[in-house]
Design a protein around this ligand. Structure first.
Ligand code: EPZ
Length: 440
């Protein structure tokens, strides 16, 4: 990544709005407004952060768990929140905002229904209704989320977890169809840390009989907030904030109120905006401990960062130092800040590298940054997947690729390999490879 400072932009008032266009992939009505930015100004001053989108969405679905009235504050006024309320309305959940950021939700007359593809395809987080529906009604029909530009985003952990709690789960015509007489607590070891699956199974386990343990659980602040909200609904959860959550189900959770945590990604985006302009900005209404990894990288890049109780102040130099950034689950560097830091580093000194270990292909923004003159090269990275050997040497090639791929590669039809390699996995183990033979 080489430095580039030639950006030109302008902020102007939009003419009368035209009829919203429809997106190709979801057919959803979307606004075609644009933002025009004139570059070259250092950002200065204070900016408050709104409530967290990714904390609000699962908490709203948790209202399906117990009939009654809920009052939420610091709820961000965002499209995704409206979409979630639209989805919950299909289940008979009423909602009313009383002013900008407070929201009443009434799930007294909630009933079971289907989470339709038309809505789910516009927002993957819709899958968060699966756990609460199963827990409350013993049945759920939820559309699979559909494709994503960042490569495969499976929901296998959600489904496997529901099955371990005793639900029968089928995929029928693109829908997850789950049924259970009653859910029973179980041990749920996650192969990989998943925010969505942790949240969904936390809610499913809420009314399950007995204890559920989620091992290698995600401990993102949004999951911590969900677990604390479920606790205030009367569900006993131990290990909040750690990767091992123990949930003791209760047959009758009760409604509760909650204030949404600040949006750490919005806060991180403002910190990056200050840094990219060489500005002096205080981001307020934040929870600083949620941004340790981002602050650490800004300081490493040469910005002066002062952390206060509820705000973070960044003073940035003209040009930042290069960085090596690798995303990972919380408390690591968030993948949701990867694109913003790519913009930041495209105008820093020297060459920086960014590795995304969560979404191997989350680089759709590169081409657009290059259009602005950024010098970015995407190094091909392999991501683990089930693959099939087709002949002797091809199987050796798949093994080699598996040695450098992110996450696990499963090579089948290795009878090809055994024709020409004697105990290759043992020999590679001797060299430190994480490789093993799995008997069929
Ligand atoms: C949440 O998505 C966030 N969305 C994402 O933020 C964020 O990028 C992501 O967590 C990672 O931090 C919301 O909270 C609504 P995951 P989620 O399950 O839950 C794989 C934004 O910008 N995986 O933690 O979908 C998956 O493919 C959004 O606000 C499985 O393999 O993410 C990915 O590689 C974008 N099987 C990794 O785990 C599963 O069953 C992490 O995904 C589930 C996930």
């Amino acid at each position: 990544m080489k430095a580039n400072t030639k950006m030109k932009t302008r902020v102007v008032k939009q003419p009368a709005p035209v009829a919203p266009a429809k997106t190709q992939d979801t057919g959803e009505a979307i606004s075609m407004d644009e933002v025009w930015i004139e570059g070259g100004r250092k950002l200065r001053g204070q900016v408050p952060v709104s409530g967290s989108k990714n904390a609000t969405l699962p908490v709203l679905t948790a209202t399906l768990l117990a009939p009654g009235i809920y009052r939420f504050t610091n709820v961000p006024a965002l499209k995704d929140v409206s979409t979630m309320l639209e989805l919950l309305a299909l289940f008979g959940v009423k909602s009313k905002r009383d002013d900008g950021h407070a929201l009443y939700v009434d799930s007294t007359n909630a009933h079971n229904a289907e989470a339709p593809y038309e809505l789910v395809k516009t927002m993957r987080a819709s899958i968060y209704v699966l756990g609460p529906l199963l827990a409350r009604f013993g049945e759920a029909r939820v559309s699979l989320p559909g494709g994503c530009a960042w490569g495969p985003r499976p929901v296998d952990l959600h489904i496997k977890g529901m099955q371990r709690l005793g639900a029968e789960v089928e995929i029928e015509h693109g829908y997850i169809v789950a049924r259970c007489k009653k859910l029973t607590g179980a041990y749920l070891p996650f192969e990989i840390s998943s925010v969505g699956a942790t949240g969904n199974l936390l809610m499913a386990a809420a009314t399950a009989e007995g204890e559920t343990i989620i091992d290698n659980a995600a401990c993102e602040p949004e999951i911590e907030a969900l677990a604390e909200f479920l606790t205030s609904m009367g569900i006993k959860i131990d290990g909040i904030g750690t990767t091992r959550l123990t949930i003791t189900g209760t047959p009758r959770p009760h409604p509760a109120d909650a204030a949404m945590i600040p949006d750490r990604i919005e806060a991180g985006t403002f910190l990056a905006a200050a840094a990219i302009t060489g500005g002096d900005v205080e981001v307020t209404s934040v929870e600083p401990r949620h941004l340790d990894a981002v602050v650490e990288k800004l300081e490493e890049a040469g910005a002066e960062v002062t952390v206060h109780e509820r705000s973070i102040h960044v003073r940035a130099p003209e040009r930042l130092n290069p960085l090596r950034v690798t995303t990972s689950p919380f408390p690591g560097f968030p993948t949701d800040m990867q694109a913003q830091f790519m913009a930041l580093l495209s105008v820093a000194r020297g060459t920086s590298t960014i590795t995304d270990t969560i979404y191997a292909d989350r680089f759709t923004h590169v081409a657009e940054l290059q259009r602005l003159g950024a010098d970015i090269r995407v190094d091909p990275s392999l991501s683990g997947a089930p693959v099939m050997a087709t002949d002797l040497r091809a199987s050796a090639a798949l093994i080699l690729a598996g040695l450098v791929a992110n996450s696990e590669t499963k090579v089948s039809r290795i009878y090809h390999l055994d024709r020409g390699y004697e105990r290759i996995e043992e020999k590679l183990q001797g060299l430190g490879a994480a490789i093993r033979r799995v008997r069929a």
